[in-house]
Structures are given as C-alpha cells and as structure tokens.
Ligand binder design. Sequence first.
Ligand SMILES: NC(=O)c1ccc[n+]([C@@H]2O[C@H](COP(=O)([O-])OP(=O)(O)OC[C@H]3O[C@@H](n4cnc5c(N)ncnc54)[C@H](OP(=O)(O)O)[C@@H]3O)[C@@H](O)[C@H]2O)c1
Length: 356
Amino acid sequence: MSSGTTPPAFDPKNMPFRRLGPTGLRVPLFSLGGWLTYGGSISGDPVKEIIKTAFDAGINMFDTAEGYASGKSEIEMGRVVRELGLRRTDLVISTKIYWGPKGGPNGNGLSRKHIIEGTKESLERLGLDYVDVIFAHRPDSTVPMEEIVRAFNFVIEKGWAFYWATSEWSARDIEEAYHVAEKLNLIAPIAEQCQHHMFHRERPEKEYLPLYKKYGLGTTTWSSLAGGLLTGKYNDGIPEGSRFKSTPQFYKDIVEKKPEGLEKIRKVKELTKFAQEELQTTPATLALAWVARQPNTSTVILGATSVEQLKENLKAVELVPKLTDEVLEKIERILDNKPAPIDTYSRLALDPLGRL
Ligand SMILES: NC(=O)c1ccc[n+]([C@@H]2O[C@H](COP(=O)([O-])OP(=O)(O)OC[C@H]3O[C@@H](n4cnc5c(N)ncnc54)[C@H](OP(=O)(O)O)[C@@H]3O)[C@@H](O)[C@H]2O)c1
C-alpha cells in the first residue's frame, strides 16, 4: 500500500481499545465514518487532512458503505488511505452491503448474488483485497435468513472480510441469524451498527440487552451527535453549510420545527449549559463521551467535515472517565428519556442494568 517510503507507524496515543463483540478484534473507542461526508459533501485534500488527523490521534478504524455517495465514499476513503501510505495491518476497515450504487432488481438487498457481487465491487472501489468487517446495512425480509448467513460466510471464506455484522436489524432478526448460524455450524454476526445517541436509546439500551448478554454482541454506534444536533449548532436556527441545511430530509422534526424537534432543542440548550458549567466542555464532546461510556458500546463512529470538528470531538476520549455515575444521573434528569428496564414481573433483576 506504501509508495516506497516507510509507512507511518500507528501510535494509539491515549485511545482506549475494546474488543468488537465476542471476537479477538480490537477497535478504537472512537472510529471515523464517511456517510454524507467523504466523497459526498467534501472530497480531495480536506478528506485526507481529516483522516490523517484521526490516524495521528489514535483512530485506526474507518467505516464506509457501498451506498454512501453512490460508491464515491469508498473510492475517496480508499484513495486517502493509499495516499497516506498507511499499513493495512494497522487499520480496521469496514464497509456495508445493501444499497448497491448500480440499483436494479438484483443490485440491492441481501440476496446471495448481491452480497457477493456487492462485496467484490466494494473492494474494487476501496482498492483493497479485504475489509475487516462487512455489515449487512439493513435486514432484508425478502431473502431467507439461511441464504444471508451462507453468503456472508462465503465472503469470509474467500478472505474478502474477516467478520460479518448487521446494521439496524431488530433483535429478532439478529437472533434468527444466530440460530441459523449455530444450526449450520457457520459464523454468526459479531456486532450491530446501530443508531445510538442521547435522543435514540430504546433499541441499543433495551431491545439488544439480551443479545449483549447471550452472544456478547458488540456495537459500532452511528450518528452519536444526532447528525450534529447535539453540538448545539442548531440551537438558534439552521446555519449555512450545515448538514441540516444540505440534507433536511433526514432531520424533519428540527427543520420543520415540529413539537418533538423543539423539545430536543430545549434539551440541547440545557445540555450545553451543563457541559460548559459542570464539565468545562462542549455539548458535542459530552454527547460523544456519553455514548462511549455506555456499557455495551464497542466503538463510537465519528462524523466530521473539518479537522476542527474532529479535534473537538476527540476531546471525548479524556472526558469518558469523568462521566461518573453521579454525572450520568444529572444528565438523565435533563434527558428524561431513559428506557424502562425489562419487566421482570416481581422477580428481582440480577444486574443493575435490569438484565436477567
Ligand atoms: N449503519 C448506518 O445505517 C449508518 C447511518 C448513519 C451513519 N453511519 C456511520 O456513522 C458515521 C457517523 O454518523 P454521522 O456522520 O451521522 O455522525 P454524527 O456525529 O451524528 O454527525 C456528524 C456531522 O455533525 C457535524 N459535526 C460533527 N462534529 C461537529 C462539531 N464538533 N461541531 C459542529 N458540527 C459537527 C458535521 O456535519 P456538518 O458540518 O455537515 O454540519 C458532521 O458531518 C457515518 O459516517 C457512518 O460511517 C451508519
């Protein structure tokens, strides 16, 4: 991958590493992803600067997908990794299969045909022989689970990926994949790439609880800033050049000032005050550290359109240990949205998370 010069060695600095689910793979507590950004809203040298800044700060995991910017995200991120001359063994690279850029009746979803063809095309765009983790970007109820599990196992046997995982699958779908894999003596998914932030908690904090316990499921969390909302940048309107301006369709409750959107802004204002006064930090840093501090988070995938944003977000590494139970309790009082524990119907819960 190097152009002849000695590749820069990876230095994890102060970045903590966690196992990804039940595997031996270690991932940095904060990783970096390319949705709506690399190959989309920005490309060229700025992407290179951001990825270099991340790598220099201890981030060696990069996430993309065949569907991001119709394949351009993979091209852009692959190009940058090559141009920086990073050693492949230092990196953990993940991509996701579901929304193939070419479309057509067999160009999307999780048929054996698309999983295999999509993976090969992703690798071509990335310019890599393999990715470390390949995700099923969504569940596909039109394909038998056995076909999906067998196809991802084929991808692993071919050496195109080391592990497979899911994204935005229900606990029921993940359970089914585990049972099919177990019955057929195949490899099961290792992690879920789930939305997890202060305003989106039910699934990662409650629905998946039995899966963390039974299978050691890992999580690679996305939109942990709620697309930027939790930075406080939308507290007084929608700034030019921001994501809510360029892709309003994803953030309708804020853009259209719906009551639930206004309630979120009210809470972000309170969180901003809390972050500044009690922790001498920014709401962005606090929001990211908060997800990293959750007991079942493996890695928080950051998103950033500038080096400055990334640097601010990386301050979360230092903040995580400062989020004591007492601080978390104060945050709960502001959020007021903690998922109710799993009902045990008068049986005592056996652990503080309400897991049985
Ligand atoms: N599996 C899935 O279905 C799925 C879905 C979504 C994302 N993901 C993954 O998760 C990654 C992260 O998701 P995300 O980009 O939505 O994360 P996010 O952290 O919620 O949002 C990132 C965006 O917020 C803004 N921002 C970030 N830091 C900021 C700061 N310090 N100050 C002000 N603004 C800041 C930037 O947008 P602007 O500068 O443009 O405003 C940035 O692109 C993606 O790249 C992708 O790899 C996966």
